[in-house]
Design a protein. Structure first.
Length: 300
């Protein structure tokens, strides 16, 4: 059964994950506050003009209710302009942001062996709320995010299925449940264990060594192809500026003229260089090698 103590244990980690996600998105360190969870036996009322998002990945459904003021900071961060009303563009934006925030919390908790199911959020109207199945095992979590002195509050409802989070003892008798799988065996009698594989000897009678015991023979890797990428520069732009691009638009990069170009191998910085022209084709002359460019990858 989902308990208050269990939620209180996970909330600090979820708050840290949300803070990191918002700081990366908004390029500003937010102040995230989360109140203690409390039982909520009734559906929320007065939902007019509220942003309502719902996801129902078993065994816990998630309901998020946000005031429309939340549109202002996120529309400005993503579109470069402030929007105060929901439309097709901002609706997709809010769903995407909520989904990314959920995934950030999900990934953070997975390191603690807390596995949350993937979720896809959709909008609800106050009338749609009548179809949401409320249970006695529903928790409300009030949270707030403070950005540039402005405080934005919201509510999260975790609606657990009555039987989904109960702890089933491992020694339960087969008669404790009446549900059976398709093949007829009682579900409680099925025992699951990790597969054990026998190591078979090779032609010389030796078993295969562990990966840690293999010699570092780099001759086996000389024919492996690696993608080399040269980065001229980059720039972060709001979506509204990208939509306004036309033929002839000039994008100013963050790199000054004459600065070395960065050379990457499979996404890892390995060197710096300067642009050259070789028989009417662009090339790059290496001017500095990055330290530990190979040893870091091999040791990983």
């Amino acid at each position: 059964m989902i308990t208050k103590d269990k939620l209180k244990e996970y909330i600090p980690h979820a708050r840290q994950a949300l803070s990191t996600f918002l700081e990366t998105l908004l390029e500003e360190a937010p102040v995230v506050a989360v109140e203690e969870p409390r039982k909520q036996l009734r559906k929320p009322e007065e939902l007019t003009n509220q942003i309502i998002l719902f996801a129902a990945p078993p065994p816990v459904s998630t309901l998020i209710i946000l005031p429309p003021e939340w549109l202002v900071p996120f529309s400005y961060a993503m579109l470069g302009e402030k929007v105060e009303e929901l439309n097709d563009t901002t609706s997709d934006l809010i769903k995407e942001l909520v989904g990314q925030a959920y995934d950030a919390i999900r990934n953070y908790l997975s390191a603690m062996d807390v596995e949350l199911p993937p979720a896809s959020f959709r909008f609800l109207t106050p009338e749609d709320m009548e179809d949401v199945e409320w249970t006695i095992n529903t928790w409300e979590i009030v949270f707030s995010v403070t950005l540039s002195g402005e405080k934005y509050e919201g509510r999260i409802f975790l609606i657990a299925e009555p039987q989904s989070l109960e702890d089933h003892p491992s020694d339960a008798s087969p008669s404790s449940t009446s549900d059976t799988p398709e093949h007829g065996a009682p579900a409680s009698s099925v025992q699951v264990s990790r597969a054990q594989f026998q190591q078979f000897p090779d032609a010389n009678g030796h078993t295969s060594p562990n990966a840690s015991e293999l010699p570092q023979n780099f001759d086996l890797l000389v024919d492996v192809e690696i993608e080399i990428r040269v980065e001229l520069g980059k720039r972060r732009m709001p979506l509204v500026d990208i939509l306004r691009m036309t033929v002839g638009t000039v994008i100013e990069l963050d790199k000054l003229a004459g600065e070395p170009l960065e050379i990457y191998a499979n996404g890892r910085l390995i060197a710096e260089g300067e642009a050259v022209v070789i028989d009417e084709q662009f090339g790059v002359r290496i001017t500095r090698l990055a330290p530990n460019r190979l040893t870091e990858r091999v040791s990983a």
